[in-house]
Design a protein around this ligand. Sequence first.
Ligand code: ADP
Ligand code: ASP
Ligand code: MG
Length: 409
Amino acid sequence: MALVVQKFGGTSVGSIERIKNVAKRVIKEYEKGNQVIVTVSAMAGETNRLIALAKEITDLPDERELDVLVSTGEQVSVALLAITLIKMGYKAKSYLGHQIKILTDSAFTKARIINIETDKIKRDLDNGYIIVVAGFQGVDEYGNITTLGRGGSDTTGVALAAAFKADVCDIYTDVDGIYTTDPRIYNKARKLKKISYDEMLELASLGSKVLQIRSVELAKKYKVPVHVRSSFSDEPGTIVCEEDSDMEKVVVSGVSCNKDEARITLVRVPDKPGVAAKLFGAISAGNIVVDMIIQNSSIDGTTDLTFTVPKSDLKKTLNLVKAISDEIGAKDVLYDEGIAKVSIVGLGMRSHSGVAAKMFEVLGNAGINILMISTSEIKISCAIDEKYTELAVRLLHDAFELDKENVEG
Ligand code: ADP
Ligand code: ASP
Ligand code: MG
């Protein structure tokens, strides 16, 4: 008997009809003789709707209260799924994060899971129950409700699989696997049979929201095999797993893009030790993740400092930065929300040269100006004008021939 964790995303539970479809998939797994823990997201559009309600009141809603609000989306969908399973003749129980409990830190709206209690659920499983767990939510040590960041139900799924030592974590979504790029952006995108944890980590952190980045971090840490597949078909999807020698041969395995970042520039910052530490220390204390950073060489003892943060954190960051910019003597603070980041990712980049040059050439030939560049061992990212995002993705996909299998460069 295996223990299987299944996660269904918002589109998969977007209506009662779809919840019935999910119930059938759960039952199919259960009827194989397996123990099943299911986690679900809020019904499609619900989390956005709840956030918009709070934003009607204020641009910066209190984050503790925002978590109390948005976690209700998953409360609805777990109850509806459990009601459906029971109606279909099966023993099922829904649980919220705090009932289990899924213990997190207190970083509201982007909490991290610290521990998942397993005793109660194990007893239920042994008694033949199908367990339905609310995705995206947890509870901190003080009893406050927390949420895990947008897309956080993926992380609930993988964390449950790790805690219960599940044989597999199936992530059911509205595409039938992980593609070389978002198939909604380019119809020549190709479905991958498998992808390494490290490549998926890069793709996820660079904007491929098919999996939340923390879910991939956890899967890698606890060696949980993740199967991303469609909730609407029986086709095998994509396995996210440890790398093998075949994967190393592929120079570029995916292209991703992200329109969710904004650029902030501190103009004419005095060029002296401790300035960057003060600025980025304050930003990180506000739990804001800075991505690309550029500091120009200094002229007349001052320099421009440019960096990107998630658009959702722009207001909060500007408030922090404006306070500090006076203190450190910067001339001005500018920001730009009209940027996007396009990236190429591949394990084979470790051993191939000329990949960055080719990327810059493709963008340059199309007249797309590169605003910022960042690289790691297995990725190259360029910030560009947002209006060229889709064009850049398609051109890079073509240039690196990602529609063909196993390209060696
Ligand atoms: P869910 O609600 O099931 O969690 P998401 O919307 O979070 O679904 O993730 C699935 C979406 O991810 C797809 O509809 C697709 O548009 C997008 N996506 C982005 N990059 C990729 C990729 N490389 N491969 C597959 N899907 C991708
Ligand atoms: N409902 C949450 C969101 O929309 C979590 C998730 O879907 O994974 O971000
Ligand atoms: Mg998702």
